[in-house]
Structures are given as C-alpha cells and as structure tokens.
Ligand binder design. Sequence first.
Ligand SMILES: [Zn+2]
Ligand SMILES: [Zn+2]
Length: 280
Amino acid sequence: MPPSTYAAPVRLILFGVRGSTPSPGLDFVRYGGHTSCVGIVPEGGTTPTLVLDAGTGLRELTPFLAGAPFHGSILVSHLHWDHVQGLPFFAAGDRPDAKVDLHVPAQNARTGRDLLAAAMAPPNFPITPEGLEGQWSFSAIDAGYHTIEGFRVRATDVQHKGGRTFGYRVSDDTGSMAYIPDHVVSHGIDDAVRDLILDVDVLLHDAQFLDRERPTADNYGHSTVEDAVRLARECGVRHLVLFHHSPARKDEALDEISGMYPPEFVTVAAQGGVIEVRRP
Ligand SMILES: [Zn+2]
Ligand SMILES: [Zn+2]
C-alpha cells in the first residue's frame, strides 16, 4: 500500500456563535450562549493557531487545548464587547508560556494596545492588556493583505455601526473561508465586500435578525438571515454558516431557520460545531 497522503483539512471550531451579549439558560443549550469566537485549525493540525474574534466563546479554547498554552494569533473583526470580552478570561493565553499576537482594525491613529485598553483598563476592568501573562503583542492592522500563521488573510472594511469593522477572508492552498460576523447590508453592499466572499468555500455571516425584524436590524447595524442567504447565493459561496445569532433567538427558533434551507448549502452555527474548509 502507498503511504497515506491524507491530511486532515482546515477546520473551523465554533466556540461562540451569538451576537451582542451571552445568552445562558435552558432555551439556549443546543446552539450555545457564548459570543463570537471561531478557531481555525490548519491542515494536518489538531488545535487552532488562528482565532477569529475574542468573544466569551474564547474561554472554550482553553479546555480544547487540554492543558497546553496557546501559541497563535487572534484576529478581531471590531472592538464591540461581544468580540473582545473573552480576552481576559482566556486561561490558555493568560499564562507565562503563552504567545499570542492580537490584531484589531486600525482607527483614530491609536495603537492596538490603546484601542483595547479603551474598554480593558480600570475603572472599566481590573487589568490593562499588559496584565495578561505570557508574550502578547497588540497590533492595529490596515485593510489589505496579510500573512498570519501561514494563512493568506485579506481584511476589508464592512458597513456596521460604531467603529471600524473588518470582514476577513482566510485561505491556503486547500480552500478558503470568509468571516463577516457584523454587517448591515440593507443600504447596499460594497463591491469590495462582494469580492471578499466571491466563490469562497465557507462563509460565516451575520444572521442576527429576520426580515420581519428589519427596522431593528437596520438600527443595530446587522443583517437578516434572508440577507445572508441572498448575499451568499449572489457571490457563489459554496457553504453558508448563519452566525452571530440574536441572544433572544431560542433553540426552537434556530431549528426552524435550519429547516428553511438545504443543509448542503446552509448550516445554522451551533457552539461546539466543526466545519471543514475544503475546495471540492
Ligand atoms: Zn457583534
Ligand atoms: Zn458589532
């Protein structure tokens, strides 16, 4: 028999799938209550080296690493609480042998450290970013192309509300994924955003609201489930993962949404889920 050339594909681990604020309780057990955080396991790897957003779901990465420190990078889409509040509770990253490079969208000519410290410093929080143990770096990155943890990363501005927000496309030679957790699309979608997700193998997209909740979606700077499906179809996305659920959306309601679309095209993100990224 020839030696096996099979390597496990790039995998996305969904550590947190909610928007706005965590949603604990019996009505949210199956889809999970943690806010946005997705780990990317490289081809052939077993644990994430690149993490998208640091919502409360980031806490789930620590047991996943089974006692090992985190060595890798965190890409933050924007600085709203539901995308950064897991940081100071990330035990695998907050220890002397951890090594973490964190990237946030550049804005207002401030350093990455200072952008984070606007919410993470006394009196808002007991420690500043430097209070995290281990070797941390905090950088403010621009839109465009980057190489991070061996992945090609493209950062593009997306319309949201209150501060600069990036969508990311992450790819290697085996496949591509795009991550746009917060995005208002009802006023038009930028060509650059369409290009970001064009023909991508997997798209994780904001699906916080439903079309019947349009006024709230627009006011909060978010998309509806129907917006996300429309956009994915228009841009040749191979598989759409509905992400950043409303904290009020109960398990039964998410089951209903799941039943509206073919499973080979649409997955409703559930905490603990694993999505393979592989070009067919
Ligand atoms: Zn959000
Ligand atoms: Zn937001």
